[in-house]
Design a protein around this ligand. Structure first.
Ligand SMILES: Cc1cc2nc3c(=O)[nH]c(=O)nc-3n(C[C@H](O)[C@H](O)[C@H](O)COP(=O)(O)OP(=O)(O)OC[C@H]3O[C@@H](n4cnc5c(N)ncnc54)[C@H](O)[C@@H]3O)c2cc1C
Length: 293
């Protein structure tokens, strides 16, 4: 293949990737619109603006304006990335733009990006806010949880607060990494007694046939006094899929003894989480938290 045809193949591949991600976004938007419509929600597309405690003005796509009044107003407008005041920040890109990168950068630094009361109510009683606009935990399922709690509180007669404990996080890199619960530093701050750290680094059995040397690493943090599992993390294939299940166990207040008595699923990488018998280290109560433990 000569350089001209290689370039045109690369450019065609990039265009194909771009159009497939745009198609996916359009497909998802279509699904959400259908879900809203089936739930009896009347949708007006345009830019909303709160013009009073119970008044919203919508500038529709054709420029015409509509005004509505409502007993309750929910703001769910997401947020925009803020660039830090650092030298060279103009060379960085926003996460949305990362979806259109033509090449994987050799190195990348990822820089992570207020509501009112616990029920998502603002200081104006008729106005509520959920999701990224409140800058609490900026993740899709968290926005969903906050929206559900809002609906239960305001329309379901069940006052409900979002629970921010044990939210699982993932970085969908290759290999992916995923965490749930406390980090070592947070666990040190939140436990009165000693903290047990269980770690494992291994080559998953499925790699042994292919000869692939991609290691998986795992960590469990356990309160030595109560035996409660306080946090889990993993870097390796399928980490987010595995961590979703571990998040459920942590939400139920699982103990290390319960992990140890869980029957493994063999030969999976996940079974390592239920076979880590000896702690790698014990952090004595009162130890000052350090970074990168
Ligand atoms: C590149 C990228 C990747 C991400 N990956 C993940 C991931 O893997 N997992 C995960 O859990 N989260 C992920 N997130 C975060 C996730 O997208 C957000 O947490 C989630 O979308 C927040 O939902 P939201 O409803 O608050 O806001 P949004 O989803 O941003 O929705 C807000 C909507 O309001 C509209 N809007 C804004 N102002 C107005 C106005 N005045 N009038 C009318 N409409 C308005 C916006 O156009 C937008 O459509 C990612 C975010 C980005 C940017």
């Amino acid at each position: 293949m000569n350089s001209t045809s290689l370039l045109s193949t690369l450019s065609a591949n990039t265009e194909a990737k771009r159009s497939s991600s745009t198609d996916e976004i359009l497909r998802l938007n279509g699904i959400y619109k259908r879900l809203l419509s089936k739930a009896g929600v009347k949708l007006f597309e345009g830019e909303g603006k709160i013009v009073g405690q119970n008044e919203v003005e919508v500038t529709q796509l054709d420029g015409t304006k509509l005004s509505y009044s409502a007993k309750h107003i929910l703001i769910a407008t997401g947020s925009r990335a803020q660039r830090p005041n650092l030298p060279g920040q103009e060379l960085g890109i926003l996460s949305d733009e990362a979806l259109s990168l033509e090449e994987l950068p050799k190195r990348a630094v990822i820089l992570g990006a207020g509501c009112v009361d616990e029920y998502s109510r603002t200081n104006i009683p008729s106005i509520w806010a959920v999701g990224d606009v409140t800058n609490r935990v900026n993740l899709t399922p968290v926005a969903l949880m906050e929206g559900t709690c809002f609906a239960k509180t305001v329309f379901g007669g069940q006052p409900s607060k979002p629970d921010y404990n044990n939210i699982p996080y993932a970085v969908f890199s290759i290999p992916p990494l995923s965490v749930v619960g406390f980090s070592v530093e947070e666990a040190i701050e939140h436990t009165n007694g000693d903290l047990l750290v269980f770690t494992s680094s291994f080559n998953p059995m499925k790699n042994t046939i292919s000869g692939c040397q991609e290691k998986t690493v795992m960590k469990l943090l356990v309160d030595a006094g109560t035996d409660r599992v306080l946090g889990a993390s993993m870097c390796g294939p399928d980490a987010p899929e595995i961590m979703q299940g571990i998040a459920n166990a942590l939400k139920c207040g699982t103990t290390k003894a319960q992990f140890d008595s869980t029957v493994g699923l063999h030969p999976s990488a996940a079974e390592e989480f239920v076979t880590m018998r000896s702690e790698t280290r014990r952090i004595a109560a009162g130890t000052k938290a350090k970074k990168n433990l």
